[in-house]
Ligand binder design. Sequence first.
Ligand code: FRU
Length: 469
Amino acid sequence: MSEVHLVRQALRAVLSGQQRAAADHHRPAWHLAPPVGLMNDPNGFIHFNQRYVLCYQWNPLACAHGAKFWGQWSSDDLVNWRHEPLALAPSEPYESHGCYSGCAVDNQGELTVLYTGNVKFDDGSRTAWQCLATRDEHGEFHKHGPVLALPEGYTGHVRDPKVWQHDGLWYMVLGAQNLASEGKVLLFRSPDLHQWTSLGEIAGSHLNGLEAFGYMWECPDLFELDGSSVLVVCPQGLAAEARRWRNTFQSGYFCGTLDYPALQFRHGEFHELDHGFEFYAPQTCLSADGRRLLIGWMGIPDGDEFFQPTRDHGWMHIMTCPRELTLRDGRLVQQPARELQQLRRQEMHFTGSAQSLPALVIDSAELELTVSGSCELKFAGTLQLTVESEGLTLRRNNLRSGEPEERYWSGDVRTLRILCDRSSVEIFINEGEAVMSSRYFPSAEPQLRFYGAGQIGLRHWSLRQCVIE
Ligand code: FRU
């Protein structure tokens, strides 16, 4: 379908749907959400020409997955955002079933994106092209077409390029599935972003000491942090265990060393990035001052998503808040980007046993708690966080089945920092040692209530609305 036609369709969808979406009390006050339609992965996250650019997988035409577009926002402070012209529409034969996920790089002052052209055939099979587009000084994207065809030995599931520069050369990782249905990460190198040479598999099922570890790995991101190489990746097909890997698909990381001369990535164990109900497909970039920032999709492509009530208002899903990454004892530590403190309004303090604390309005709020002993936090009566000596349990009723479901974090809880925004909570444990991100769908004016004898020291801020122009 022609690009003009697709863009007109998207415009019509926004014009006819934005009021209904904006009127939904579940719409976030300061997290990023699509104006209408279904949003998933963050794409093309970069700090470029004094501004952050964040694109997103977007189906503006329906609350369903399908032939994805790239929507685009920008910001100079990670707090106030601006809608930018739609970046990519799936108009060409090599991307007929979606401009799938990818990244942005600064190629000598030219913002260049690499993404996956997804093509499905009538017999149910598919192929994938890794494609390149550049943004001109007017903000227009120009497609240069495929720069890499499907490598031999893999199914049509090869996608989500993430590219970086090292010693004057470009490197790219791709998520892939081989013909034996094993998830892998592939490495490529290029002098110019156009000609790519395969350097082989650097991680995946049956590599680096892993046994079978999923049938497909999506959205790899490889970067240096505090002297280590970190591979963030989303393996699909890990069996749920009693207290971990409970979501349909996982999102986590391996720490190790990328040995460029040997073209090997030696790494340790897989750790989950987030222990909540909704988190997937994160992407990172470097901030202006050299911090490694991460934004994830607060969603999972698991089918339960279609039972979220925002669908009735014509929009679905939000991004997580931007997070700063550091490494502590070989583990990633995530903290809300410090810029978010600009959102804080009046501060209130409380101390005492949990049950003596007043109910707090958590429509759009930040809480910092020190905790000793057991207690329970109930978010609008719909989402419940239990703090015990063995760790945390987050409980809610599944939107599809109505049955209770739980997620866990095991460890000694000392502090919690909780960001609430209308229909989401992000719980940062022990200064970012772990995070639990989840959606929930309370009635308007949600309140947080505390139960139990545990002692709590609490700071509470209501957070202002951010501006999205
Ligand atoms: C992850 C993912 C990616 C793909 C995109 C399509 O959520 O499946 O692998 O590029 O979403 O929207």
